[in-house]
Design a protein around this ligand. Structure first.
Ligand code: MAN
Ligand code: CA
Length: 190
């Protein structure tokens, strides 16, 4: 009885596998020339996987819409910007962004700078950016040590000559090199 059952199960599995797998000779692989092939398990799974992804994207964009409407996040290109509303020194700000899986907001173009400015205005507080002075004074770079392609220095800035190693955003969106131990708004990017 047991062996008959095992046989049946194995045979059924083999037949199913053969019918649905991607092996030569399985029905639905190629079919005869000019004939439409039968759907395979992989196609079925692909379709399911694809529609799951489409649905996931849709649900995420809905959530982004809700959070953006509530002023909790700003979506700019591929980036999401958010603040916890806290004013802390540079290292603490960076740490809290990294803890949340992001980094300090670092504008790489005018559009991103404007989006960050929107949060500065929302909280009416200057913010630290994810930018630090390098070994050479007056040379600023992002958190990864990459030199900047985009800057928005206020007139006559940077002027710290190695004594102001961090960068704050003013409420007009321009940048000032500034000491790192002050309390500034935390704005993160994800
Ligand atoms: C203060 C500091 C400096 C800034 C000047 C601008 O001294 O905030 O970082 O460059 O003001 O006048
Ligand atoms: Ca300065």
């Amino acid at each position: 009885m047991l062996s008959y059952l095992s046989y049946t199960v194995v045979a059924a599995l083999l037949m199913t596998c053969h019918a649905l797998c991607n092996c030569p000779g399985a029905p639905g692989r190629a079919g005869l020339k000019g004939q439409p092939r039968l759907p395979r398990l992989r196609d079925f799974l692909d379709t399911g996987f694809h529609s799951s992804l489409v649905n996931l994207k849709y649900q995420l964009s809905r959530l982004e819409g809700v959070l953006a409407l509530d002023g909790k996040i700003k979506v700019v290109g591929e980036k999401i910007l958010a603040s916890n509303g806290k004013e802390v020194d540079f290292e603490s700000a960076l740490e809290s962004c990294e803890e949340a899986g992001g980094t300090l907001a670092t504008p790489v173009n005018e559009e991103e700078n404007k989006a960050i400015l929107g949060i500065v205005k929302q909280y009416n507080r200057y913010a630290y950016l994810g930018i630090k002075e390098g070994e050479t004074s007056g040379e600023f770079m992002d958190i990864n040590g990459t030199p900047l392609n985009y800057t928005k220095w206020h007139q006559n800035e940077p002027n710290g000559k190695g004594r102001e190693n961090c960068v704050e955003m003013y409420s007009d969106g321009t940048w000032n090199d500034k000491k790192c131990n002050l309390n500034r708004l935390t704005i993160c990017e994800f």
